[in-house]
Design a protein around this ligand. Structure first.
Ligand code: MTE
Length: 764
């Protein structure tokens, strides 16, 4: 490995100071002269036929300006996201409670909200569906297409029925998981500012500025060059600011277009809960078969996601779940069928892990059940069957050398004291009502969008070196808390040998960089990192050559090698700084600005059998969870998580640790607490009083290890890590509960009442 100055170091976050001092300007902090405010008028019921919308009463609100409906749309009334089924504003039918039906614009935010409450929607209630499994039944009412199926995939390999018939051991189980709310600190928001030439500039809290660009241009019927998207400092996304900010921004833009004034639209927490995307609830029936030696020979999966009322990102989320549904194992005979079913509930979309955590909970729980049936230790069983370099995944993709899964499992086994703890069995303390247990999981994660999003797996970068030697980098992927600005600055600094402090990475401006796809699928470091390297490499050539000439002119002994390190260049006892070198480059009128572009290697997926090289590369994780279960109440406390990750080269160890801890806590929160409830198509707990998430008070002790298996195509050999730490947490916790008290709970969240019920059933 080459000696690195900036990559691999825990350098300070670029955005730390503005965030901790409260100076960061989020969407709601921005003000513009003459600005108006918008508020949404929302559908009150799960499915309605809209008969009329009247602002007769709303008009009397002081400060009221106007009502915006679908009639004000100059472009096409179809939000251009994967499938074009979601209108910007509905014309005849609203398909879930909370859907924006119209917008009110007023002089203050309070007036807009008050007036929105007075807008009258006359409607006829239509029959609705709130259960994805019922939605798929043949005789269900049809609310989406001809069969209520938004999207569906298969993976077929080998002879599954025969393999199950020949299996010495078979397990089968049904599992389900509930919604997860992104709980970003900053709710959704955007400001649209009309430009004198008829264009618009949109300030948007978003993960994906180019999705916002697509949508605003479509809604306003404008060419792209008249629409500029500026990402505002984004207070968390976790996938929840992938698609829907485009809708929010389009609504603000429609209001701005109608009034000719800047319009701000900031969501309240309740409406954000009710109408913005969520992690899909999932249902799965999984079966595994093993031979008498404990080798996995068969796997059958049926996996259903509750897509909600519109497709949004369901096809892509479902596809990732499909590809990973059998787990990180070599299995010759596989049958996976998956469906995203429509319901009249909030449309679900991306959430850290993207359709994988739900199915991983099912398959990794069942792997433990199979090991128990065979009489094998669950870690031994995983070790025996897991993917190693040279093996093929269920889609037939050969795993390359950047695969440290077996080592990860070994590390976690050792560090957690697995063998000793497991041997103790149910560790009931005679005098107490509490039992402790330990559980394991192993996962793999395809980095980037893979074959289903291959046209989007590209990124651009613009690197500018100013006369004073400071460096400005523009990229098309976003910072949302994960540390992209910092990691990408490290990559730029490393490639240019520029001092880290002199490099600034900008929040995205859609007019400065080409469409770089979404900031999802843990792809930023890989994609934007490579684009930066491509842009910086010719600059590096010029800088290094100029440094050599300067050193030679200074009388350096040029028979000695030139060393570039930490922003300085040395040779034969002489040194010049990056600043001196770039000043000389400018004197020589060299080009000090370059663009870069990276397109991921080709990926493939055959729709008829799900075979192909689904992703460019995989990251890996292993988790062990130790829990304490209160046998009287079923309350589970996670005491400690041991985790190990192979995500390639770690660019910033401190940030990577933060991502690991945050991902684990978010995964634990989903596993144990988060319970969004719908009754008759209405969300009943859209707030943080009744929807409980883990806080730092609940955090377990962490023991985290990184094993850096280099990825040759990655920037400085990095892969991707943002989502990986969440995925395996829920099954590790569920397996630990089963180990503690014998209760096998197949529903996430693993609520106390469910654990308690299982304990009671075992006693009876
Ligand atoms: N960490 C913070 N603090 N805030 C976030 O919104 N999003 C997660 C993860 N970590 C997120 C986060 C999600 S969903 C993804 S896909 C990755 O970061 C994206 O970051 P990357 O592409 O830089 O890996």
């Amino acid at each position: 490995m080459e000696k690195l100055s900036f990559v691999g170091k825990s350098l300070p976050r670029k955005d730390a100071l503005i965030k901790v001092t409260g100076r960061a300007a989020y969407a709601d902090d921005r003000e513009f002269a003459g600005m108006l405010y918008a508020a949404a008028v929302r559908s009150p019921r799960p499915r309605i036929k809209i008969l009329s919308i009247s602002d007769a009463r709303a008009r009397h609100t002081s400060g009221y300006v106007t009502l915006v409906t679908y009639r004000d749309i100059k472009g096409v009334n179809k939000w251009p996201v994967v499938m074009q089924d979601y209108p910007f504003l509905p014309e005849k039918e609203a398909r879930f409670a909370g859907e924006t039906v119209a917008l009110v614009v007023a002089k203050t935010a309070a007036a807009a909200k008050a007036a929105a409450r007075l807008v009258e929607i006359k409607f006829k209630e239509l029959p609705f569906i709130d259960d994805p499994l019922k939605s798929l039944e043949k005789d269900s009412i049809k609310i989406y297409g001809k069969d209520n199926i938004i999207s569906s995939f298969v993976v077929k390999k080998g002879a599954v029925d025969k393999a199950f018939n020949n299996a010495a051991y078979v397990v089968e189980g049904e599992f389900s998981t509930n919604y997860q709310v992104h709980a970003y600190l900053e709710t959704q928001g955007a400001i649209a500012v009309p430009e004198p030439d008829g264009g618009v500039t949109v300030h948007s809290s978003t993960q994906c500025p180019f999705y916002v660009l697509d949508a605003v241009a479509a809604a306003l019927g404008l060419p792209y060059h008249k629409v500029k998207i500026l990402q505002t400092v984004t207070g968390g996304g976790f996938g929840g600011k992938e698609d829907v900010p485009a809708l929010v921004a389009s609504h603000a833009a429609l209001c701005a277009a109608k009034t000719g004034r800047p319009v701000k639209l900031i969501y309240g927490r309740k409406e954000d809960f009710q109408s913005m995307s969520k992690r899909h609830p999932g249902w799965a029936r999984v079966a595994y078969g093993a031979d008498k030696n404990g080798r996995l020979i068969a796997c059958r999966v049926k996996y259903v996601l509750d897509g909600g009322a519109y497709a949004t990102l369901s096809p892509i989320v479902l596809w990732r779940g499909t590809v990973h549904a059998a787990g990180p194992y070599k299995i010759a005979n596989v049958s996976i069928e998956t469906y995203a079913a429509a319901t009249n509930k909030v449309p679900c979309g991306a959430f850290r892990g993207f359709g994988q955590p739900q199915i991983c909970f099912a398959q990794e729980s069942l792997i433990d059940e199979l090991a128990a049936k065979i009489g094998m230790d669950p870690v031994d069983f995983r070790m025996k069957n897991m993917l190693e370099p040279g093996d093929k995944t269920v889609t037939g993709q050969r795993i390359n050398s950047s695969c440290g899964l077996k080592e990860l499992v070994g590390v976690v086994r050792k560090r957690s004291g697995w063998d000793k703890k497991k041997a103790e069995g149910f560790r009931l303390k005679a005098e107490s009502d509490k039992a402790r247990g330990i559980g394991f999981s192993a996962t793999y994660y395809g980095v980037g969008l893979g074959a289903k999003g291959r046209y989007l797996d590209r990124a651009g970068a613009l690197v500018n070196i100013y006369k004073d030697s400071s460096v400005c980098v523009n990229v098309g992927n976003t910072e949302m808390g994960q540390g992209a600005l910092t990691v990408l600055a490290q990559i730029a600094a490393e490639t240019l040998n520029a001092p880290y402090e002199s490099v600034r990475v900008e929040e995205v401006d859609s007019s400065k960089v080409p469409d770089s796809g979404p900031t999802v699928a843990s792809r930023t470091t890989l994609m934007s990192g490579n684009a930066i390297i491509e842009a910086a490499t010719p600059l590096r050539g010029r800088i290094f050559k100029t440094a050599f000439n300067l050193l030679t002119a200074k009388g350096a002994d040029f028979s000695r090698p030139m060393v570039a390190s930490k922003g300085a260049f040395s040779m034969g006892g002489k040194t010049v700084t990056f600043r001196e070198v770039t000043a000389e480059c400018w004197n020589l009128r060299q080009k000090m600005s370059e663009q870069g572009w990276y397109a991921a290697p080709r990926t493939t997926f055959k729709m008829e059998n799900g075979q192909g090289d689904a992703y460019v590369i995989y990251s890996y994780s292993a988790d062990a969870a130790e829990v304490e279960v209160d046998l009287k109440t079923g309350v589970t406390k996670v005491l400690k998580i041991w985790a190990a990750y192979d995500v390639g080269k770690i660019v910033n160890p401190r940030l990577a640790m933060g991502q690991a801890q945050g991902g684990i806590l978010q995964g634990m929160s989903w596993a144990l607490y988060e319970n969004l409830v719908y009754k008759n198509g209405i969300m009943v707990n859209p707030n943080f009083t009744d929807y409980v998430i883990a806080t730092t008070a609940d955090k377990p002790e962490y023991d985290i290890t990184f094993l850096e298996k280099p990825y040759a195509e990655g920037p400085y050999k990095a892969k991707g890590m943002g989502e990986v730490p969440l995925i395996g947490v829920a099954p590790a916790v569920a397996n630990a509960i089963a180990n503690a008290c014998g209760a096998r709970v197949r529903l996430v969240p693993l609520l106390p009442e469910k654990v308690w019920k299982e304990i009671r059933m075992m006693k009876n």
